[in-house]
Design a protein around this ligand. Structure first.
Ligand SMILES: Cc1ncc(COP(=O)(O)O)c(C=O)c1O
Length: 338
């Protein structure tokens, strides 16, 4: 590392680290991977990823725990989700063991970039799998590249927790019911760029997607799942075949169930929002962002407290963070040593 990193002011932006790891799949098998310092790739002009979007990515984190050890949060879940994505767009699977070893190896190579315990930061891990072999007809590639790079990120809430407002941008869908919304295909995020920009220009940091068929049910936010607490204290989250199953959401549901809460994964109508007492957007980047205002057309729905978290989501947020930093016992085996 050339210079000292200010762990508090990192934000979420690309930075070079010691190396990334790169594997190639050819003739039916993966090679054993190589560490690379150069962040540039030499890629064929007819690679299927570039033309036909045969590409997928993942996002997960490693934390320096209270005992000083670096641990990775729920890496097997990301391995399985990448396998589901690969299958859906005809890319070769990455065996779970290979995925886990690759993640461990690249984190070990970049240990000095893992923010220290107490800074609130973490090492963001970005696996990327794409068709790198040439094809000019629309077909799967004959060669694939699997890369993992890492970058340190700071505590999102270092300035305090402020709820955000979300907006539904009518006229834009993220994914179709039988499309690829339930897997982490790169093109899903291209589809979200324009509505995301419109939302930003309107002053909304996040946008909420409704189901593409009827525009009546809640799907998810641009890059996070919708979670909410009802008046009866039930944890609800949409059941839909066009949303990405969030690993954070799965973890929150486990912890909520453990504290005796009722969980419902079911279709949630947009009109139900007005009766909810807490709403959050959940994902790896922030764990939970409280949402206290949702706008659609000329309708504005206020929900939850004006500042900070509501009590239930606040409690669940603290619990996940405490497990990630090794401050609470890892009862479910969510942490993997590097
Ligand atoms: C569309 C979408 N939904 C939800 C999530 C949250 O998923 P996770 O908790 O696994 O990060 C993400 C982030 O990966 C996402 O891109």
């Amino acid at each position: 590392m050339d210079k000292e990193i200010d762990w508090q002011s990192l934000g979420f932006s690309y930075m070079d680290t010691n190396s990334h790891i790169c594997y190639t799949w050819k003739n039916g098998c993966w090679d054993s991977g190589e560490l690379q310092e150069d962040p540039y790739l030499n890629i064929h002009i007819a690679a299927t990823a570039l033309h036909y979007g045969q590409a997928a990515f993942e996002g997960l984190k490693a934390f320096t725990c209270k005992d000083g050890k670096v641990k990775i949060f729920r890496v097997e879940e990301n391995a399985r989700r990448m396998e589901r994505t690969a299958k859906r767009i005809l890319m070769p699977a990455i065996p779970e063991e290979m995925f886990m070893n690759a993640v461990r190896r690249i984190v070990r190579e970049n240990l000095e970039y893992v923010p220290p315990y107490g800074s609130g930061g973490s090492l963001y891990i970005r696996p990327l799998l794409f068709g790198s072999g040439p094809r000019i007809g629309v077909q799967p590639a004959g060669e694939y590249t699997f890369i993992i790079f890492v970058l340190p990120v700071s505590d999102y809430y270092k300035g305090g927790i402020e709820p955000v407002s979300a907006v539904v941008i009518d006229g834009f869908d993220r994914s179709a019911p039988n499309g690829v919304g339930q897997v982490k295909v790169a093109g899903n995020y291209a589809a979200g760029l324009e509505p995301g920009k419109i939302a930003q220009e309107m002053g909304y940091p996040i946008n909420l997607y409704l189901d593409a068929k009827e525009n009546r049910f809640i799907d998810e936010f641009g890059t996070s799942n919708f979670i909410a607490i009802t008046k009866c204290g039930t944890y609800i989250t949409p059941e839909s075949n066009s949303i990405l199953k969030s690993i954070t959401n799965k973890s929150l549901m486990t912890l909520a169930k453990e504290s005796g809460m009722k969980i419902e994964e079911r279709p949630i109508q947009f009109d139900e929002i007005q009766d909810l007492v807490e709403v959050g957007a959940c994902g790896t980047a922030v764990v939970i962002t409280p949402v206290n205002r949702i706008e659609r057309g000329d309708r504005i729905i206020e929900v939850g407290p004006k500042t900070g978290f509501g009590p239930v989501l606040g409690h669940l947020y603290e619990k996940v963070r405490a497990v990630q930093f090794g401050e609470l016992p890892d009862n479910h085996g969510w942490l993997t040593d590097v």
